[in-house]
Write a protein that binds this ligand. Structure first.
Ligand code: 6PG
Length: 472
């Protein structure tokens, strides 16, 4: 059969799974990969109902597609995307659509949109979250860019995405490279939540001496209540995974050096670039960097040994407080990421619909959680909310948990348990909710040594003072 509705370039696990998902939903789709093994795997894993074709020839692939062609790229971000575009561009016709579904940097997408547009082609950046399993069964999909092209893809995207209350976890994320930008910030929030969960684990393990079976029970209970989320759910399961090489649990055999592919770092860089404060995301990125200094940490822990651990008296109460602290710090991390999207939308003219962002993050993606329902309600009340912490209903939740976050953060500090994520979430909250910050003094210092000027609270204008050195 020729005239396939869709094309997929890149048949690695993500590409193949997304292709099967599309085919399962009744759309015909051709797949291309230079690696013949992957093409063979594609055919072997397919079922007879799927209308699919795999090929190792780019010419065959392109000519098998109906026009306008709708070609999804699922290849590693960076040079591989440009390499595919260079080889495929000469084979395409005016009006064809190329959709980059990888974690591409948004500025690269802007460049590619302009480049393909000069050939009469549409290029879209589309975030896809949910890992391998999500791609196969229903991810959260964040497309942005060309509206006309988006409308052509919409029925397919709605069919293959995750559903929450029968609503598809996909929506138009805004102009230009908004789809990639929203996915980048999703990942930044993902980094922060993972950091916070790891700190809660550390507090329960070192502070309350819980073993893996007990940790499993705690995370199970958390996941059954208001903290229900994908990351809490998988953490629960991790505590039950036995090691196949030794006795005991796998988690205890895993080296404490965290990897990263770069999307968290981009989020932090972006926030600095456009002037948004996202300290819990920043700290999550830098904590992974710090974790890599394993050898130095071992040396330093010997040099500075002797930390004394004071166990909490009421263990059940402590577990509850750690849960509340984690819940609130998670909420604050979402607040930081969403505030970044608000500013980026203005800065780059994306017109990102925040309400739709939180709506489609409710299912399919790595940061899905029931908490997003509350954000969805908040943005329904006020779509222009600049920070989720300013919503009245959210403030009620925050007020109910803040004492626990303070107590748990204080416990960590006094016992020397690293808790950079919890501390920054609390510090951000305290700074954000403080009417008068002490930066009047910073302004005075800047003006003192550099004549950088300052504003006053009692009158308009810009002022400079010849500051007196009292020792002269
Ligand atoms: C997703 C994930 C995914 C991410 C990986 C690895 O939404 O499915 O965010 O896109 O790339 O989880 O991220 P790091 O290697 O940077 O941790």
């Amino acid at each position: 059969m020729e005239g396939y509705s869709y094309g997929m370039v890149g048949l690695g696990v993500m590409g193949r799974n997304l292709l099967y998902n599309i085919a399962d939903n009744g759309f015909s789709i051709a797949g291309f990969d230079l690696d013949e093994e992957k093409v063979k795997d594609l055919h072997e894993g397919a079922n007879s109902k799927m209308k699919i074709k795999g090929t190792g020839s780019l010419e065959d692939f392109v000519s098998a597609l109906e026009t306008p062609r709708k070609i999804i790229l699922m290849v590693p971000a960076g040079k591989p995307v440009d390499a595919v575009l260079e080889s495929i561009k000469p084979l395409l016709s005016k009006g064809d659509i190329v959709i980059d579904a990888g974690n591409s940097y948004f500025e690269d997408t802007n460049r590619r949109i302009a480049d393909l547009a000069s050939n009469g082609l549409h290029f879209m950046g589309m975030g896809v979250s949910g890992g391998e399993k999500g791609a196969r069964t229903g991810p959260s999909i964040m497309p942005g860019g060309d509206l006309e092209a988006f409308h052509l893809l919409k029925p397919m995207l709605e069919a293959i995405s995750a559903k929450v209350d029968n609503e598809a976890c996909t929506a138009y994320m805004g102009k230009g490279s908004a789809g990639n930008y929203v996915k980048m910030v999703h990942n930044g929030i993902e980094y922060a939540i993972m950091q916070l969960i790891s700190e809660a684990y550390d507090l329960l393990k070192k502070g309350a001496n819980l073993n893996n079976d007990q940790l499993y029970e705690v995370f199970k209970e958390w996941n059954n209540g208001e903290m229900n989320s994908f990351l809490i759910e998988i953490t629960r399961d991790i505590f039950q995974q036995k090691d196949s090489l030794t006795e005991g649990y796998l988690v205890d055999q895993i080296l404490d050096k965290a990897g990263a592919k770069g999307t968290g770092k981009w989020t932090s860089e972006q926030a600095m670039e456009i002037g948004v404060s996202i300290p819990t995301i920043d700290i999550a990125v830098t904590s992974r960097i710090l974790s890599a200094y394993k050898e130095e940490r071992v040396q330093a822990s010997q040099l500075y040994s002797g930390k004394e651990m004071m166990s909490p008296e009421d263990i059940d109460g402590f577990i509850r407080e750690v849960g509340d602290a984690l819940y609130l710090a998670t909420l604050i991390s979402y607040a930081q990421g969403l505030a970044l999207l608000v500013k980026a939308s203005q800065e780059y003219g994306f017109e990102i619909p925040l309400k739709d962002v939180v709506k489609i993050w409710r299912g399919g993606c790595i940061i899905r959680s029931v908490l997003l329902e509350k954000f969805y309600s908040a943005y329904t009340r006020d779509p222009d909310l600049s920070n989720i912490l300013l919503d009245k209903d959210i403030s009620v939740i925050v007020k109910g948990k803040i004492a626990s976050l303070r107590k748990v953060a204080a416990f960590a500090v006094s016992n020397g348990i690293p808790s950079l994520g919890l501390q920054t979430a609390l510090g951000y909250f305290d700074a954000y909710t403080t009417e008068s910050l002490p930066v009047n003094l910073i302004q005075a210092q800047r003006d003192y040594f550099g004549a950088h000027t300052y504003q006053r609270i009692d009158r308009e204008g810009v002022f400079h003072t010849s500051w007196q050195n009292v020792n002269q």
